[in-house]
Design a protein around this ligand. Sequence first.
Ligand code: SAM
Ligand code: SF4
Length: 351
Amino acid sequence: MHDDLRHDWTHEQIREIYQTPLMDLVFRAAETHRRHHDAAEVQVCKLVSVKTGGCPEDCKYCSQSVRYSTDVDATPLMDVSEVVETAKRAKANGVTRVCLGAAWRSVKDNGQFDQVLDMVRDVTELGVEVCCTLGMLTPEQAGRLENAGLYAYNHNVDTSNEYYDQIITTRKYADRLQTIANVRKTNVTVCTGGIIGLGETDDDRISMLQTLATLTPHPDSVPINVLSKVPGTPLANAADVSVFDTVRMIATTRIVMPKSVVRLSAGRAKMSASDQALCFMAGANSIFSSEAKIMLTKAVPSQSYDEDKALLHQLGLKIRPPFKNAAMRSADASADAVAIDTVAAEPTATV
Ligand code: SAM
Ligand code: SF4
């Protein structure tokens, strides 16, 4: 196998890739993708916001910050049973990774964390990958999540180190990297990526990718979000991101982190089928789907399970099985892909 896995990327080298004419860039990314992944597979993920809103942080894009007046209300932590029922319906619709998200600055050692640990145990028992995104973690808390069976922890760096203080002032970039390092002390896999459309420059995007692509090992998965503009937040009127910028970002991510799962995340709801197909060609191999078309909160939408089943079927794509992170940790790479036609029809119930 052509070995293109490296961790010494310079800013200039990544910029050269990022600035390649688009068709050449997509072609190269597609080749890289095929060397390291089954390009016929896309992982379908479901994000469950187990604790929505009321967050003290000031992330300028976020519908859940208490500092902005958005139409997302704060809700209490969900019951474990409700989370498990949501996960069961997700699995029945082809989902192989369930992400549990909480609008917290950091995890506190209290009954709520115990309740999230119960969610991790019970959803893991369903046979899907469980990812948590709960804010900052200590090494001890990462260890408790590992002991509960957690497969992945998401903690996005969001943008470049240079631009970070224009987006978030209530924590530092170094805090994000520290939590990622704390997760890396365990066997829990790391999911970290960012958002485009925050007003950043191309060099900020490249700098963010350099931060991620010089981690050793690379993050097991890298979400690329396009800003969902949330009324009431400081970025409500940010400039649109062209689909070709999104494709360029995905292709560059694929080339510099060839084995990572690249997740086409927020912003997909606005994309046409052909836009999404171009993203898959450029190396995206994961999407977020939902019965109620809510990716994170109602301000950050997704497609429905049925729409995504139809899309993947049209494109001849299969659902990537769980626990198949070829490169990274002790994953079960032998599981078979889930054929779209074997996935049950979506139940009518909504979350
Ligand atoms: N509080 C936790 C944290 O910040 O890590 C988890 C909450 S949330 C799932 C975290 C991620 O969702 C953010 O880092 C960001 O990348 C993404 N996100 C949130 N709001 C978004 C929006 N309006 N548009 C695009 N991405 C968004
Ligand atoms: Fe809070 Fe996370 Fe939203 Fe930032 S992104 S305001 S930390 S929920």
